[in-house]
Write a protein that binds this ligand. Structure first.
Ligand SMILES: Cc1cc2nc3c(=O)[nH]c(=O)nc-3n(C[C@H](O)[C@H](O)[C@H](O)COP(=O)(O)OP(=O)(O)OC[C@H]3O[C@@H](n4cnc5c(N)ncnc54)[C@H](O)[C@@H]3O)c2cc1C
Length: 458
């Protein structure tokens, strides 16, 4: 594929590292963020006081720390996270398809931590929301006045029989839901195009981060084989545990058409029970609803290359602390019981929660977090001031579904499943895949993450 001159320039800039000024200039020039909005972000301030503890310094936790730090005149913020590195996880798909190198997607956590935040490099093992304290592995109990709950989600590899995190990649059973896993996937995908055979792609029955990711790696594998001239050597099949491929009506028809055009059959209502990595067989269950009963029919499929999605849930300590939903669809995996508009906990009003762990009916993406952060931060400040939280989140999320090397179906939507457009693509038909959206995905969103979102600027 010939690279456009614009792509080359952006690539060179990105490789050398954007600084903050360049970032703001480029994003403003591209119409992706407005200078007015960053000035507005700075303009708000409050004298509210109280000790804030943030659990988890990923996309949501660091962005919250940055916002709260700039909006509070006397911030007292402690962030607890054991990780040395900050990962841009949306880049995992691009590692697995050879577009990014592994080192493109992470930075030292030290370099991402906003100044003035007390970072405790440790893991939280328990929360006591009645006595307002958290327990850590090595630093004992830490009290708080206000809690920001952003530990992301727990990936439950072992819930796929035959799989553990450590054996990921064995028997050509791969998953991009892991940094090393994404690197192994890229090796396996290239090998698969040489050997040919049967490729199976699956999602999972729980809510999972970036619901588009399993679809993206499937479509990229298909295009990779076409580019290599090996498409006729491979057959590809997609299995979803859902009753439809994608549930945002504005985008679904085109996505279905793409799968049809590429000759990738879609199998609905099927979940993975286990993988026999020695025999290279996936053990599936077909789910049928008869009356109010669910019937699970097992069957087995051979594969040569497998991409699977592990089940996911809130971390165990969230469930054990009684912070998760206790009824409804979000209860089984203990997603945090927050109001879907204010992001304030329904039972403990000194807790806000956002990001992957939050029990809200939208897609678990960092794009969603970008919109949640200012809302959760302002509402937390209102609570600190003894006021009602009034800011409301509309469920915005975005999932850039990479449909091939060069195009992305940029799915942006809200709780009502209506399409939204937040990037400067108003001239384009966003119900179809676009090259401009590919540029956004590959060249703009990563710097926007590290230099905009995590700095509280975008
Ligand atoms: C393959 C893949 C593709 C994706 N594609 C996209 C995409 O195209 N677009 C998009 O917008 N999003 C995408 N996402 C989703 C996006 O990356 C996540 O939604 C986002 O990173 C979630 O942010 P978070 O802060 O909630 O959790 P995370 O970023 O996962 O951060 C959680 C943090 O909490 C810390 N932590 C965990 N447990 C504890 C504990 N007990 N104590 C203290 N700290 C703890 C962790 O160390 C980590 O730093 C993708 C994700 C994956 C894996």
């Amino acid at each position: 594929m010939m690279k456009h001159e614009f792509e080359k320039q952006l690539e060179a800039l990105e490789k050398n590292g954007f600084n903050r000024r360049q970032f703001l200039k480029i994003m403003a020039a591209a119409g992706i963020i407005s200078v007015a909005s960053t000035q507005q972000a700075k303009a708000f301030s409050s004298d509210a006081k109280g000790k804030i503890v943030i659990i988890g310094g990923g996309a949501a936790g660091i962005s919250m720390a940055a916002r709260l730090k700039s909006w509070l005149n006397s911030p007292d913020i402690t962030l607890i996270d054991p990780s040395d590195r900050q990962f841009y996880q949306p880049g995992f798909t691009l590692i697995a398809s050879g577009v990014y190198q592994p080192n493109d997607v992470w930075k030292k956590q030290d370099d991402c931590m906003p100044d003035g935040i007390k970072w405790i490099k440790d893991s939280v093992t328990a929360v006591d929301p009645v006595w307002n304290q958290v327990t850590t592995n090595n630093n004992g109990k830490i009290p708080y006045d206000f809690l920001v709950l952003t530990p992301g989600l727990q990936t439950n590899w072992e819930k796929v029989e035959g799989i553990t995190h450590d054996t990921l990649g064995q028997g050509n059973a791969n998953s991009i839901y892991d940094f090393e896993g994404a690197q192994k996937t890229w090796k396996a995908l290239q090998e698969f195009s040489k050997t040919g055979g049967r490729g199976i792609f699956t999602d999972t029955y729980t809510k999972h981060k970036c619901g588009g990711a399993p679809k993206k790696i499937c479509l990229l594998t298909e295009h990779y084989n076409r580019k290599q001239g090996t498409r006729d050597k491979v057959s590809l099949n997609y299995y979803t545990a859902s009753k439809e491929l994608y549930d945002i009506p504005y985008f679904t028809p085109r996505l279905l058409k793409i799968y049809e055009e590429r000759n990738i059959p879609i199998n609905l209502n099927i979940r993975v029970k286990g993988v026999d990595t020695l025999a290279k067989q996936v053990h599936f269950e077909k789910i049928e609803t008869v009356g109010d009963q669910k019937i699970y029919t097992p069957f087995v499929e051979d594969y040569d290359f497998l991409h699977f999605t592990p089940p996911m849930s809130a971390p165990d300590f969230v469930r054990e602390a009684g912070l998760g939903w206790t009824e409804g669809k979000l209860a089984a995996d203990a997603w945090v019981m927050v109001d879907k508009e204010t992001l304030v906990h329904q039972k403990y009003p000194n807790i806000v929660s956002l990001g992957d762990v939050a029990g809200i009916p939208t897609s678990k993406t960092s794009a969603a977090i970008r919109k949640q952060v200012p809302i959760a931060a302002k509402n937390l400040i209102s609570l600190m001031e003894g006021k009602e939280p009034t800011e409301k989140y509309d469920g915005y999320a975005a999932c850039p579904i990479v449909t091939d090397y060069g195009h992305v179906l940029l799915c942006e939507f809200n709780y009502k499943k209506e399409p939204e457009i937040s990037f400067p693509f108003t001239m384009l038909d966003t119900s179809k895949e676009q090259w401009a959206a590919w540029l956004l995905k590959v060249y703009f969103l990563k710097p926007m993450y590290f230099y905009g979102m995590l700095k509280g600027l975008a």
